[in-house]
Design a protein around this ligand. Sequence first.
Ligand code: SF4
Length: 328
Amino acid sequence: MNGSQNSMTDKTTGVQQIPVGISACLLGQEVRFNGGHKRSRYCLEVLQECFHYESFCPEMAIGLGVPRQPIRLVGDNAQPQALGTDDPDLNVTDALIDSGRNFAASHSHLCGYILTKGSPSCGMERVKVYHPNGNPDGSGSGLFARALMDAMPWLPVEEEARLNDPVLRENFILRVFALHHWKQVVEPEPSFHKIQQFHARYKYTLMAHSYPGYQALGRLLADATAMPLEALMPEYLNQLMGYLKERAGRKSHANTLLHIFGYLKKSIDGDCKQELVDTIEQYRRGEVHLVVPLTLLKHYLKRYGSEYINEQAYLDPYPHELGLRNYI
Ligand code: SF4
């Protein structure tokens, strides 16, 4: 898939939209077992500005109609069966797993997936699994979701309900934009040099999310010159997306901001330096949101920063209109 196929442009706004899969009921499609939906205002009214949704309902895709008897997960947490709640002879385990694998095989262009919480098909985690004694235990994943995540381990996946958490929301959207960036700049004409350039732009993003990850990926690339590109690409991408999934806290963001501040030390006067350091410390103490020190830092970087530092993905990982850094 080349870069131009990897995004669409909104005809009205001209904004490039990123392809993201989504459980169909979240878009208001009446595909739930009872003919209802789970329309998500945030997905439809905010994220739709940036995302081009590709909706899918695995239960409809395997031929269960609307209305239908609900299904639930039964048995072993690691390998549960999806059975009808009224008629346990209805077993759609293999059909749902195949549906996840087939979907993944035909949707390698996606840059993310938003799932419905708690569903025996679409739930990402903490889905109820019923044991022989009839008691549920909330530690499974929906079978479609599990098969999709196993087949595409690099894919940013999140549950819509968890997008209410500002840190999880920011983290998911950052990963979607990072994967989209990879698909735009590395995948169309892959080379070791392109991976290195991409890695250089994500240096401070990685540092904020996982310092060990930043070091490990640096080592991977340093040792990778003899590695075939077709092996290095998935290895790098899987590791990168895994590290970016780690939550960046105030302490690691503040340390990253101080590293970037180091590029300005010789260019700005003492009062400006003190103001910047004070603002970063206010952020570290939880008195202001991330947008405050970043805005000040970017103000000086624009005037005095090098091309290298101004191109860091950390400074603008997604459209600022989303306001994500106003809440973390
Ligand atoms: S199977 Fe998934 S998409 Fe279909 S109704 Fe259930 S949660 Fe929604």
